[in-house]
Ligand binder design. Structure first.
Ligand code: NI
Length: 260
């Protein structure tokens, strides 16, 4: 049990194959089960992490995974990368394509190249009838244009846009994911956006090892910290923390077609 005494948490965006968990991955994961976390969706971001992400999902029955290429890794892909993703996606524990999208923050990968790889994976997800996990940073306009074009099912992860964009995503049939950012005092924009999304379209995410919620801000994040993010989301939605956790778990199970 955690301090807030909640159970049944579904973390729909984690990176437990990240190198920061190299030394104590097993201990961290075992601790989660005792902290009220019942399910984790581990998200790949590069070709190698598709492998490590799926390995985790095979090892733990309560961990699922998404396979895909993050915009930061869109350069230097093998020519047959789509075939490789297709092969990974044949495994029943692969429940989504992600994370995919656009990131114009660091500019280490050409924008046009990012758009090509994003678009190819949106097409792949349609072909496989899988939801997508989308990463968009400082690229709202271009991301939204492709979402409008392909109308994928899926989630806009770690949402940082306006309430208006959040509403449009909901109208387009998508889910909107929020991280520990919701607990930050200065996160007015994210809070307004989280308020604008109907409860049955919200997902609870860590994006661990990043984005630890207050009171752990700046530390290595893991899913056991999610009750604090859920509490902040629940206040915005006028629900109890446990109700918010149950609702977001049901949402994730519906979107990723996982039995509750
Ligand atoms: Ni991520």
């Amino acid at each position: 049990m955690n301090e807030l005494h909640v159970t049944g948490i579904f973390d729909s965006h984690a990176h437990y194959d990240d190198e920061s968990f190299l030394d104590d991955q097993q201990a961290v994961l075992e601790h989660l089960k005792a902290s009220g976390v019942s399910r984790v969706l581990n998200i790949a971001c590069s070709m190698p992490s598709c492998e490590t992400s799926l390995a985790l999902a095979k090892q733990y029955d309560w961990i699922y995974c998404a396979v895909g290429i993050h915009p930061d890794a869109a350069d230097d892909l093998p020519d047959d990368y789509l075939d490789r993703l297709r092969a990974y996606a044949a495994h029943p524990k692969v429940v989504a394509i992600g994370e995919i999208g656009l990131d114009y923050h660091y500019e280490n990968v050409d924008r046009v190249r990012q758009q090509v790889v994003f678009e190819e994976q949106l097409v792949l997800a349609k072909e496989l009838d899988l939801p997508v996990v989308i990463h968009s940073r400082e690229a709202t306009q271009d991301t939204m244009n492709l979402v409008r074009k392909y109308r994928p099912k899926g989630v806009m992860h770690c949402f940082s846009g306006s309430a208006e964009t959040a509403k449009e995503l909901v109208e387009l049939g998508m889910y909107v994911g929020f991280t520990g950012v919701l607990t930050f005092k200065n996160a007015k924009k994210a809070k307004l956006a989280a308020q604008a999304v109907p409860a049955d379209r919200l997902l609870l995410e860590t994006d661990c090892p990043y984005m630890a919620p207050v009171p752990f801000r700046g530390k290595r994040c893991d899913s056991s910290m999610l009750p604090y993010t859920a509490q902040a989301m629940a206040e915005l939605q006028g629900l109890s923390t446990q109700e918010m956790i149950d609702q977001t778990r049901q949402n994730a199970c519906r979107l990723f077609e996982i039995e509750e």
